[in-house]
Design a binder for this molecule. Structure first.
Ligand SMILES: NC(=O)c1ccc[n+]([C@@H]2O[C@H](COP(=O)([O-])OP(=O)(O)OC[C@H]3O[C@@H](n4cnc5c(N)ncnc54)[C@H](O)[C@@H]3O)[C@@H](O)[C@H]2O)c1
Length: 502
């Protein structure tokens, strides 16, 4: 069994050492600060005792833990995982020293979330023995391990990292080195596009969060998440992406982050961020249940368009009691087609999907715009100054009768969630196309590492690539920003009618 060394006995290091001892490895835990070493070791013992009570580990697992106060004591280790503070020079010095004292064959792994593994590898005597092992917080509970290949990483170092990760009970995915590796890179649009929507005042932070929860099934929206992580932490991450990518427009930090940091509104830890936190930590009301579906009462409805969203809406409308009309007069017309249909029947309230264009660009001055995801519980609605109130009321009634919450937002292609999800899919397509990781690993990474309800590739399959591409091209056309250019792989897959998985 591998002798494991863990450097840094803080939040991550202690968690990783717990996993090592639980997996039956002799585990040497080092921290230069005596207090930190004591606290970290105590936390490992407590964690193992809890697991022993539940029968998950052997009673003797704690005896495998050896706290060591000198770095030199790590000399017998075959694998050392470094979880020291996030400073490149400190980590490079550690790798240089560990190379000397542990001998040529030691594999050195870093748990860094943002420092390129390639730059750490070049500080080791044998760069081919350096690899990234990115655990998620808290390591004992989060099921994922992201193994990162530096440009220099050799096959045997990668294999050992994967093998140890599996022995620790983790689902292992493999990523190439680069900004944010795979998981944090592919997860970035959730916050990044959320901030852009807030900046454009398409919706408030509370609305964007609610739309993500109810419309997309996310446990938390981007703003409550940023508050939880710390807005200063998120801003540093954004700056590091910007720097490492030499200014990639999709990854540009947002001025709102800079202002929040300047104002000292850092999120939960300061009691105030995008939300105000009460002493007991509460900050928002519980989400209500969606309205009960039904009440169509045989109303003649024209529901136009192809694709998963239109098909899903037709099914929901039929079960809610609407009479679906192919032609002829209807009391309500809903165009859920990804691209604007040719001619729409007149004389009835009109509700049109905002995907390929905003409502304003679409040229239906009396219509209500909408966006929803197949299977979602919330429909976003938007109106123009020329939209009549009877059309707004008809749209609210229609979606409520199909069991949707509704939320009024400002106009944009994809409205709120269509934009966030399209950018998540787009980032995944860029990452897959650039060889950062496989489509399956992207989905595993985002569901297990970031607790997304489904991965971006699965989203693209549920919504349809055509829909995703329509939103991106709509934004690209109306915003004229490189940020919204579609990934080559996405365009290619859509043109060939294939999945990003193929
Ligand atoms: N906290 C997270 O959510 C998270 C998630 C993934 C990765 N990471 C990464 O894990 C690493 C550790 O993060 P953390 O949250 O555990 O930090 P932490 O501050 O809780 O722990 C860092 C520990 O390193 C010790 N330390 C200080 N100088 C040292 C040195 N010269 N050599 C060895 N140890 C030293 C400190 O005493 C402290 O106990 C960072 O690189 C961080 O980016 C953190």
């Amino acid at each position: 069994m591998t002798v494991l060394g863990v450097v840094g006995a803080g939040t991550m290091g202690a968690g990783i050492a717990q996993l090592g001892a639980a997996a039956g490895m002799r585990t040497l835990l080092h921290d230069p600060m005596p207090d930190a070493l004591e606290r970290g070791s105590e936390s490992v013992r407590r964690g193992l005792a809890k697991w022993a009570e539940k029968g998950r580990v052997d009673e003797n697992a704690a005896s495998l833990l050896e706290p060591v106060s000198n770095l030199d004591d790590l000399s017998p280790c075959e694998l050392v995982i470094e979880a020291a503070p996030e400073r490149a020079e400190l980590k490079r010095d550690l790798f240089g020293a560990l190379s000397v004292l542990c001998g040529d064959d030691v594999v050195l792994a870093s748990n860094t979330s943002s420092i390129p593994i390639t730059s750490l590898a070049s500080a080791a005597a044998r760069p081919e023995n350096v690899v990234g092992m990115h655990f998620f917080n808290p390591p004992p509970l989060m099921p994922l391990l992201e193994v990162i290949r530096a440009d220099q990483t050799g096959g045997s170092a990668q294999a050992l990292a994967e093998e140890v990760g599996r022995a620790m009970g983790k689902e292992v995915i493999v990523a190439a080195d680069g900004p944010g590796f795979l998981v944090n890179r592919c997860g970035r649009p959730f916050n990044g596009e959320g901030l852009r929507l807030l900046q454009e005042r398409v919706a408030t932070a509370e609305q964007i969060d609610r739309i993500c929860r109810l419309g997309g099934g996310f446990r938390m929206g981007p703003f409550e998440l940023m508050d939880l992580v710390g807005i200063d932490v998120g801003f540093e991450v954004a700056k590091s992406f910007d720097e490492l990518s030499f200014g990639e427009p999709r990854w540009r930090p947002n001025p709102i982050q800079a202002r929040m940091v300047a104002a000292g509104r850092l999120g939960r830890k300061t009691g105030r961020g995008y939300y105000d936190y009460a002493d007991d930590g509460s900050y928002r009301a519980e989400d209500p249940e969606p309205p009960a579906a039904g009440g169509g009462g045989g109303t003649p409805l024209a529901l136009l368009g192809d694709g998963p969203l239109a098909d899903g809406l037709r099914e929901r409308a039929r079960s809610a009691g609407y009479e679906l009309r192919e032609g002829g007069p209807a009391e309500l017309v809903v165009d859920a087609g990804t691209s604007p249909g040719e001619s729409l029947p007149g004389g009835a309230p009109l509700i049109v999907l905002c995907a390929a264009t905003s409502l304003a660009a679409r040229g239906e001055s009396g219509a209500v715009g909408f966006h929803a995801l197949p299977g979602g519980q919330l429909a976003e609605l938007t109106r123009l100054p020329t939209t009549q109130s009877f059309a707004c009321e008809a749209a609210e009634r229609f979606f409520a009768s199909l069991g949707f919450h509704t939320e009024w937002v400002e106009d944009a292609p994809g409205l709120v969630l269509g934009r966030i999800i399209s950018q998540l899919v787009n980032e995944a397509a860029f990452a897959i196309g650039e060889g950062v990781g496989s489509a399956d690993d992207v989905d595993t990474g985002l569901t297990l590492g970031l607790s997304h309800p489904r991965g971006p590739v699965a989203w693209s399959e549920a919504i349809g690539l055509e829909h995703v591409l329509a939103v991106l091209d709509g934004l690209s056309e109306e915003r004229r920003e490189e940020r919204y250019r579609a990934a080559p792989l996405l365009r290619r897959a859509a043109a060939l009618g294939r999945s990003l998985r193929d």
